[in-house]
Design a protein around this ligand. Structure first.
Ligand code: ARG
Length: 661
């Protein structure tokens, strides 16, 4: 098969024509993983020498993105095995539509390294069609049809029809060497793709709360993932900066600081300022009337009002920035106000296409399959959150030319986004088969009492207070371990920040984002279990092995080129395979945007490393003198490879490991 660079379509020739009825299943050497295949359609090709034509979108996703494999990139072993088994299944049972394809890594060595469990499910499918074949028989036939390949040493059929796969040691060892030589490299993207991630997005004049903290942490990690994979990433802060609250804020500002145009008013506490203005708004009819006038003037962009609005936004912006600095977040502010002019055009477009209904003075849009309409114009003529999101999605599709758009907010907004996406499709802005638009929702943050996260006095927790408490607690922990006695003051502060912010991020990321999660400093700072504290310690320990044995950088670098990574010991073998599962994990989290899988993997890698280190000497020392007597270079390389993958994992999670802890 050849992957053409054609813009329009990917040309595929199928020499053996084992095309299944619904098209696009068999792809010669490149068999595409099954879940994706359901979305495919293919048609007969008019080009000579080429039998089938596949949509370029599909070609992009499979061959150009995921299948492209240069020698210096890490191989996704699981995916490669899926290709091989997919081919075997299609040759063995060419008539079977969408045969179930499952290949998983094996935890227990006695069952081989990977396992293909398709035979059982295939037997079910065939039974439903009236063909009675035992899974074992199917497994045998699959095994007989496994094509020649580079990585399978042998297979065996176990139990009712599991196919256990044993990998070639030499092959795995070569992959590890190549990882050490080339570094941890993602598969290369032939066509650069663009991702917009809308995250963090707090509201001006209001406190940034724990929900925004989650969005910030999760969104940043998604950005880092796509950046690592080579996408162009646009990180957008869709701040709430255009609501009606600005009317009363500006009216109050005019009264309290009449010379605000020449002297910057000292509003340190915007919350208090907000409360004062709200009180007046509720009690004073005259003030209320003026506040509404202010909104109109602001939205028609009168300079003095824009100036007042900017002053207020700046106060919030500075507060938000403090949080971003702690957490090392880069983000571009593009609030609701950015879309003001586009909103007007969007309303017109919906009206012209006859998609708008009037409802008690409001303009609403019903999207197919959605019971709740979008309100695009309020009865007072103002625009809404819905209007700004419609304008924003249009801008991201047509002006930003995004291939993927992700919104990271709490799951409470799921319906809002569902309706916005449906309306955008209704008006024809995008086809979900071509552009991936997704709401990545998350659960609420709970306190240790399992109730909504609050301070003791019942107020919402200020994020800066929370981060500061994290810093204090992490310093206590480091002192408890006596780290203040061995680290320089500078290194101690570095460790303090790495632990505090690393733990807060990791605690969030290591839980399935869909679920609610309980915020507990005690748990996140515990250095046992699946926590950042544990992983950071494990990482510094691995990094220090070479240093403590006095092995120079240069020596290690030469070893990488000259020493084979032998995997004779059972624990070396286990660790080697674990290291190489990294691309498989990245693939999964790119598909489902569930980052906890990466955390689980890093934890597994750290514990697998510990198992290895406990039973395999890397450095032998003289018991009496403590002098190094022997260095096992090949094991040192396994340490290096583990550290390299862990470092990349931390990078994606936005966690900053320190050399000394
Ligand atoms: N400002 C909103 C909030 O605090 C979140 C905005 C999310 N992004 C969007 N495009 N709607 O709930």
């Amino acid at each position: 098969m050849q992957a053409g660079d054609s813009e329009l379509a990917l040309l595929v020739s199928l020499p053996d024509r084992t095309q299944t009825q619904n098209g696009g299943v068999f792809l010669g050497r490149y068999l595409y993983p099954f879940p994706m295949r359901r979305r495919l359609q293919s048609c007969a090709s008019p080009f000579p020498g080429c039998d089938w034509l596949f949509p370029s979108e599909w070609g992009d996703r499979s061959l150009q993105e995921e299948m492209s494999q240069n020698d210096n990139e890490m191989l996704n072993i699981n995916q490669r095995l899926q290709q091989i088994f997919g081919e075997a299944i299609n040759t063995a049972y060419p008539g079977l539509e969408n045969p179930p394809l499952t290949v998983t890594p094996n935890q227990q060595a006695k069952f081989g390294d990977y396992q293909c469990n398709s035979a059982m499910a295939m037997a079910q499918v065939m039974k439903a069609k009236g063909q009675k074949i035992s899974p074992r028989e199917i497994a045998e036939k699959i095994v007989q049809n496994i094509p020649n390949n580079e990585l399978i040493e042998r297979t065996e059929i176990a139990g009712p029809g599991f196919i256990n796969v044993h990998l070639k040691r030499m092959f795995v060892s070569k992959l590890l060497s190549s990882l050490l030589v080339n570094g941890v490299k993602p598969p290369s993207l032939k066509k650069k793709k663009k991702v917009v991630v809308d995250f963090s997005s707090p509201n001006i004049a209001k406190e940034m709360h724990v929900g925004h903290l989650r969005s910030t942490i999760i969104g940043d990690s998604m950005c880092r993932l796509f950046e690592f994979l080579g996408y162009e990433v646009l990180r957008l802060n869709h701040v709430g900066d255009w609501g009606t609250q600005f009317g009363m804020l500006i009216a109050h500002l005019q009264d309290k600081f009449p010379n605000y145009l020449s002297v910057s008013p000292p509003i340190g506490d915007l919350q208090a300022f907000y409360k004062e203005s709200k009180k007046r708004f509720d009690e004073d009819e005259e003030f209320k009337r003026r506040a509404y006038q202010c909104v109109v003037k602001l939205q028609s962009k009168e300079p003095d009002f824009i100036k007042a609005w900017n002053l207020i936004c700046d106060v919030s912006r500075n507060e938000f920035q403090k949080v971003y600095n702690c957490l090392d977040i880069r983000i571009e502010e593009r609030g609701e106000s950015y879309y003001q002019d586009m909103m007007t055009a969007v309303i017109k477009e919906f009206e012209e296409k006859g998609l708008v209904q009037l409802d008690e003075g409001r303009k609403i849009v019903f999207a197919p399959g959605q019971s709740i309409p979008l309100t695009i114009v309020k009865s007072d003529g103002g625009y809404t959150y819905d209007t700004s999101d419609l304008a924003a999605i249009k801008n991201r599709i047509f002006d930003e030319k995004a291939d993927i758009i992700i919104y990271v907010t709490d799951s409470g907004q799921a319906v809002h986004f569902q309706v916005v996406f449906a309306a955008a499709q209704l008006i024809g802005w995008y086809d979900p088969k071509v552009i991936r638009v997704e709401h990545a929702g998350f659960g609420v943050v709970l306190g240790e009492d399992k109730k909504k996260f609050k301070t003791r006095s019942g107020d919402t927790v200020r994020l800066m207070d929370l981060l500061e408490e994290g810093l204090k607690r992490s310093m206590d922990k480091l002192k408890e371990k006596g780290r203040d006695k061995v680290l320089t003051p500078e290194d101690l502060v570095k460790a303090q920040r790495a632990v505090a912010f690393g733990c807060i991020k990791y605690a969030d990321l290591s839980h399935n984002r869909i679920n609610d999660y309980v915020f507990s400093f005690d748990k996140m700072l515990d250095d046992r279990g699946n926590t950042a504290a544990y992983l950071l310690y494990a990482f510094t320990r691995i990094r220090s092995i070479a240093r403590l044995a006095n092995i120079q950088e240069a020596t290690l670098r030469t070893a990488v080129e000259t020493t084979e990574v032998l995997l004779d010991h059972e624990k070396e073998w286990k660790l080697g395979k674990c290291i190489l599962r990294f691309p498989e994990i990245l693939q999964k989290i790119t598909d489902d945007l569930l980052l906890h899988t990466l955390c689980d993997y890093l934890y597994e890698l750290a514990t697998t490393f510990t198992e290895f280190y406990d039973s395999c000497y890397c450095v032998e020392k003289d018991r009496q003198t403590g002098e190094v007597v022997k260095i096992n270079m090949c094991r040192m390389l396994l340490c290096e490879a583990t550290a390299a993958v862990m470092a990349k994992g931390f990078d994606i999670l936005g966690i900053n490991p320190v050399e000394r802890m």
